[in-house]
Design a protein around this ligand. Structure first.
Ligand code: FRU
Length: 439
């Protein structure tokens, strides 16, 4: 009896010590052992060179993909295995879009997914809205991916804000709509959509919730951009997405593993940069997904790793993501660019491509000319034309200029595609292809 009581007392004491130690410990990376850090040491190697710098293009000479609409983030319809789908000979491209009389800075507030189809994967016909009005979730829809299986389409997207909200909010959840694909010699349509579902929300531990982000001091928020991926080695299926490491900013601290080595130690303000690349496994039907620890964290390095996606080549996993100039932590800098990491396994082991992670960047004289690049299985990189010829103006100042200025310098259409070559952990821009070329 006495023995038992003592044991209980010891257990309680041990639990109390454990609890207070945990409470005192700064919560830094919540990722698991398999989560890789993109370190400050690696990111400090970022530099532009002839292999990663995109050719300059004149933004006002580009053809508009959709008369009447601005478009920005795009993604092709893919098969379950990630290859580009061909439905009765048609390829399909989805894009975030908004009417073209809306100022560029406002397009994200009313983003709607529209689509295009093409026989040759180069010239696109406008198909209209992907979803019937009033059916998608969120007050607007942000980027996603789309997978075809027979005549079924699984359309993943970001439900941003809530349907019908009076003031825009920035909550983000991963959503799915499934419908039927109808294709004939005239083109492609989508019908019989089911009721859309939210399939993944942040857990607060690995992935920051909107509530946690609101307890910080400003900054962005991300839980978005679901991208379908089937692992060719295991056959298992996943969604990749853009997230932020969980917890509130006051509980975070920059640690040696975020630096890489002592001379790259982060200043304390770098705790605001907590971007990560999330992954969830499909466990059953496509709408049943189980959250896993992040593949990669950029804590104390960068706060926005957008539209992550994987291309498998020579049995290696190439994980790509996009980020902006202004998303780096203090003491680091990098261009608007496509970045990448390579590993022999899907989970764990990622090393930055080209030493730093930088794969391609806008030319320094036109630093905002394109963005939101996506690498197709053929290594064609498709992005959109963003802002051109700003003559040294910071992107944040564009919104203060006249509407004429803003429209004149904004692309709102596809950028010229570029062909990438990959050799192990090295990449190179091979050549520029015409606008709209996905395959
Ligand atoms: C990239 C991006 C995506 C997001 C969308 C919103 O350009 O920021 O991450 O889903 O734009 O418009």
């Amino acid at each position: 009896m006495i023995l038992r009581k003592r044991k209980k007392a010891w257990t309680m004491l041990a639990m109390a010590v454990c609890f207070s130690v945990t409470a005192m410990m700064p919560v830094t990376s919540q990722g698991a052992e398999t989560t890789v850090n993109w370190t400050r040491e690696q990111a400090s190697r970022i530099e532009l060179n002839q292999d990663n710098t995109l050719p300059y293009f004149e933004i006002d000479k580009l053809e508009k993909l959709a008369p009447g609409y601005h478009i920005w983030d795009t993604w092709p319809l893919m098969n379950r295995d990630g290859s580009t789908a061909s439905i009765k000979g048609w390829k399909v491209l989805f894009a975030l879009s908004a009417p073209n009389d809306v100022l560029p800075g406002k397009v994200h507030d009313i983003a709607t997914i529209r689509y295009f189809y093409s026989k040759n994967g180069k010239n696109w016909t406008f198909g209209g809205d992907l979803f019937p009005k009033g059916t998608p979730l969120g007050s607007r829809q942000w980027a996603g991916s789309a997978m075809a299986d027979g005549d079924d389409i699984y359309a993943f997207y970001t439900a941003t804000g809530r349907e019908g909200e009076e003031r825009l909010t920035y909550e983000q959840r991963l959503a799915l709509g499934t419908g039927k694909i109808v294709a004939d010699q005239n083109g492609v349509r989508f019908e019989q959509w089911d009721k859309h579902r939210i399939i993944l929300e942040p857990d607060g531990k690995w992935y920051e919730t909107y509530e946690q982000a609101k307890q910080g001091e400003g900054g962005g928020y991300a839980f978005r951009d679901p991208m379908w991926f089937q692992d060719p080695q295991s056959g298992k299926e996943y969604l990749l997405f853009e997230g932020m490491s969980g917890g509130v900013v006051t509980e975070r601290a920059c640690k040696p593993e975020h630096a890489g080595s002592p001379e790259f130690a982060a200043p304390p303000e770098a705790v605001h940069q907590n971007g990560n690349i999330g992954i969830a496994e499909v466990t059953g039907d496509v709408d049943r997904v189980t959250m896993l620890p992040p593949l990669l964290e950029a804590n104390c390095v960068n706060e926005e790793l957008e539209r992550p996606h994987i291309v498998v080549k020579d049995k290696k996993y190439y994980l790509f993501t996009d980020t902006h100039i202004n998303k780096y932590a203090p003491g680091l800098s990098g261009p608007e660019g496509l970045y990448g990491f390579v590993s022999d396994t899907l989970i764990g082991g990622y090393k930055p491509l080209n030493g730093s992670g930088l794969v391609l960047a806008n030319p320094p004289e036109n630093p905002y000319q394109a963005y939101s690049w996506l690498v197709t299985p053929e290594l064609n990189v498709v992005g959109f034309a963003h802002f051109g010829d700003l003559g040294g103006m910071a992107i944040g100042d564009v919104g203060n200029q006249s509407p004429e200025f803003q429209f004149a310098h904004w692309g709102g259409t596809l950028a010229p595609t570029v062909k990438l070559s990959i050799d192990g952990d090295r990449t190179k821009i091979e050549k520029e292809l015409p606008q709209g070329w996905i395959k």
